[in-house]
Design a protein around this ligand. Structure first.
Ligand SMILES: Cc1cc2nc3c(=O)[nH]c(=O)nc-3n(C[C@H](O)[C@H](O)[C@H](O)COP(=O)(O)O)c2cc1C
Length: 233
C-alpha cells in the first residue's frame, strides 16, 4: 500500500513539474514571439518612414520627433493623431501620419502618408493589410509601383471628384479583378490630405512654425465643404 502511495506521489510530482516546465516554456516563447513581432513591426514602420522621407532630406531624428495632433472631425473615436515630423535646419519639411482605410476587401488597410508643408504628398506606404495575394496586394511596393502614383498629388491634383479609381471616374488605376482595395487606399489618402488642410494652422503651431499669411481668415467649415470627397459610384 505504502509503495503504491509513493508511486502515485512520484507520478503526481512528475506531472506537476512537467506542467510547470511546459507552461513556463510556452509563456516564455509567447513573450519572445510577441516582442519579436513588435520589433519587426517597428522596424517595418521605420523603413517605411525613411522610404517616404529619405534621410538625405532631413537632419532631425525622424523616429523620435513625434507630435500629437487633434482628433479628426471625421473619425473622432480614433483619438488624437500622432505624426512624425521631418525637419531641416529646425524647419519642418513635412509630416508622416498614420491612416487607416477601413473598407479594404479584407478589412483595415494601415498606411503611412507623408505630406509636405504645402499639402503635397511626399509618399504613401502600406504598413499592414490582409488583402488577397495576387489581387489586392499590389498596394505593396514589393508587388507593384501603384502606390508611387500618389507622389506629388494634392487635394486639387487631381480635383476632389477625381480622387477615385478609373472604373469609378477617377484618375487612379485599379488592379485587374480588384477595385475595392485600390479604391479604399485612394479614399484614405484623400482623407489624410483633407485632415491636413483642415488642421493646417494647428499643425504649423504644433510644429513651432509661424502661421502662413492669410491663413487666419480661412474658415475650416468652408474648407471642409469645398473638399468633400467624391462619393463611390
Ligand atoms: C476570393 C476572392 C478574393 C478577392 N480579393 C480581392 C481583393 O483583395 N481586393 C479587391 O479589390 N478585390 C478582390 N476580389 C474581387 C472583388 O470581389 C470585386 O469583384 C472587385 O474588387 C471589383 O469590385 P467592384 O465591382 O466594386 O469594382 C476578390 C474576389 C474573390 C472571389
Amino acid at each position: 500500500m505504502n509503495a503504491m502511495m509513493t508511486s502515485i506521489r512520484r507520478s503526481a510530482i512528475g506531472l506537476g513539474l512537467f506542467a510547470v516546465i511546459t507552461g513556463g516554456t510556452i509563456a516564455l516563447t509567447q513573450g519572445i514571439t510577441k516582442d519579436r513581432i513588435k520589433e519587426q513591426a517597428e522596424r517595418a514602420e521605420a523603413r517605411a518612414l525613411f522610404d517616404i522621407i529619405p534621410e538625405s532630406q532631413h537632419d532631425n531624428d525622424l523616429l523620435k520627433d513625434v507630435v500629437t495632433l487633434p482628433a479628426s472631425a471625421r473619425q473622432p473615436a480614433a483619438g488624437p493623431v500622432k505624426v512624425w515630423v521631418a525637419r531641416r535646419n529646425n524647419h519642418p519639411i513635412g509630416i508622416i501620419m498614420p491612416a487607416v482605410a477601413p473598407d479594404g476587401y479584407s478589412g483595415e488597410i494601415r498606411l503611412l502618408v507623408g505630406i509636405d508643408m504645402e499639402g503635397e504628398v511626399l509618399g504613401v506606404r502600406v504598413t499592414s493589410h490582409r488583402e488577397t495575394p495576387g489581387l489586392g496586394d499590389r498596394i505593396e511596393t514589393r508587388k507593384s509601383d501603384w502606390v508611387y502614383d500618389f507622389n506629388g498629388r494634392s487635394l486639387n491634383n487631381p480635383r476632389p471628384n477625381l480622387w477615385n479609381v478609373k472604373k469609378n471616374g477617377g484618375v487612379f488605376d485599379q488592379f485587374t479583378g480588384a477595385t475595392i482595395t485600390p479604391r479604399a487606399v485612394v479614399k484614405a489618402v484623400q482623407k489624410s490630405l483633407i485632415y491636413f488642410r483642415q488642421h493646417r494652422q494647428e499643425i504649423r503651431e504644433r510644429l513651432n512654425e509661424p502661421p502662413t499669411p492669410n491663413s487666419k481668415n480661412q474658415r475650416p467649415e468652408a474648407i471642409a465643404g469645398e473638399l468633400k470627397p467624391a462619393e463611390h459610384s
